[in-house]
Design a protein around this ligand. Structure first.
Ligand SMILES: [Zn+2]
Length: 287
């Protein structure tokens, strides 16, 4: 499932490709993604220019030259492709430009004939049209916590939030009301980098644990955005797929049974599956 860095990379690619373009036509090929696609509402964005594209948590918001905006969530498998002159370009981290046409659900055609295709195998993503003034008040994003890369995600905020609470640090970091956009992959990576066991109770966290978690959250996300961003190619430079770009950069995620990078050969990474989510960690150096 795409997490904050992946969504940020898609947002940046969209910004590069479609800002200031106008929508000539929207082709909707399914009735329903996660929610019903309201065709009448999509008619309203015809001939409207894209003036701004933002990300909030794992959501992308596209603003039009009218009072409308479009809220997008990629769900589990949602991907955007640009298509021009029979060439497709995947806008995500994953270079694979191959896609099955039967999973193309929404196609936006722009005034320069560029096509933006929303392809989603599992159909768990969604696209909804909102009044600009209502989009941040929608139930999807209204109660989401601060952006981890913003100035609002501080030690003071962290300590205040965890006061009188007793849950695991993993559970806390996954909670979108605490902080926006983190998912299982990045939470595992952040806790490994911080030397904190995912099952540690938050009332046992020391000040330096909190500082390490905060600074690793920011640095790991930034690094990942940079890696993902630089992996995006232009149309003219498309030279096939390169596979999953991220995996080489994981320090702990999906490395169960392999040696710990910090303890070297003295310890192996454990995997513990709780509530359908795998925690990967080193028992020796994550306390
Ligand atoms: Zn270790």
């Amino acid at each position: 499932m795409p997490e904050l860095p992946e969504v940020e990379v898609v947002k940046r690619s969209l910004k590069r490709g479609i800002i200031n373009l106008s929508i000539k036509k929207v082709i909707i090929k399914t009735n329903k993604l996660r929610y019903i696609l309201d065709k009448n509402k999509f008619r309203l964005i015809k001939n409207k220019k894209i003036t701004e594209i933002r990300r909030r948590s794992k959501y992308i918001i596209i603003f039009f030259s009218s009072n409308l905006s479009m809220l997008i969530h990629l769900g589990m498998t949602g991907k955007f492709f640009f298509r021009k002159k029979n060439v497709s370009l995947n806008l995500s981290f994953y270079h694979n430009n191959q896609k099955e046409k039967k999973h193309d659900h929404v196609i936006f055609i722009f005034n320069n004939n560029l096509r933006l295709i929303f392809n989603d195998v599992r159909k768990f993503g969604f696209i909804k049209i909102f009044q600009k003034s209502n989009v941040y008040e929608s139930s999807h994003i209204k109660n989401i916590g601060p952006e981890p890369l913003s100035k609002n995600f501080t030690a003071k905020y962290f300590k205040n939030f965890i006061k009188n609470k007793n849950r695991s640090i993993k559970d806390l970091l996954m909670d979108q009301k605490f902080v926006a956009g983190l998912g299982n992959i990045y939470v595992n990576e952040i806790l490994f980098a911080s030397g904190v066991n995912p099952f540690k109770k938050i009332n046992k966290l020391k000040n330096y644990d909190i500082f390490k978690i905060l600074s690793n959250t920011k640095s790991i996300l930034k690094k990942s955005i940079k890696l993902g961003g630089s992996s995006i190619r232009d149309f003219i430079n498309i030279s096939g797929s390169k596979g999953n770009f991220q995996v080489d950069n994981f320090k702990v995620y999906s490395r169960s049974g392999l040696h710990c990078f910090r303890c070297n050969d003295k310890s192996v990474i454990k995997r513990n599956r709780i509530a359908n989510r795998s925690s990967f960690y080193c028992e020796k150096c994550q306390k």
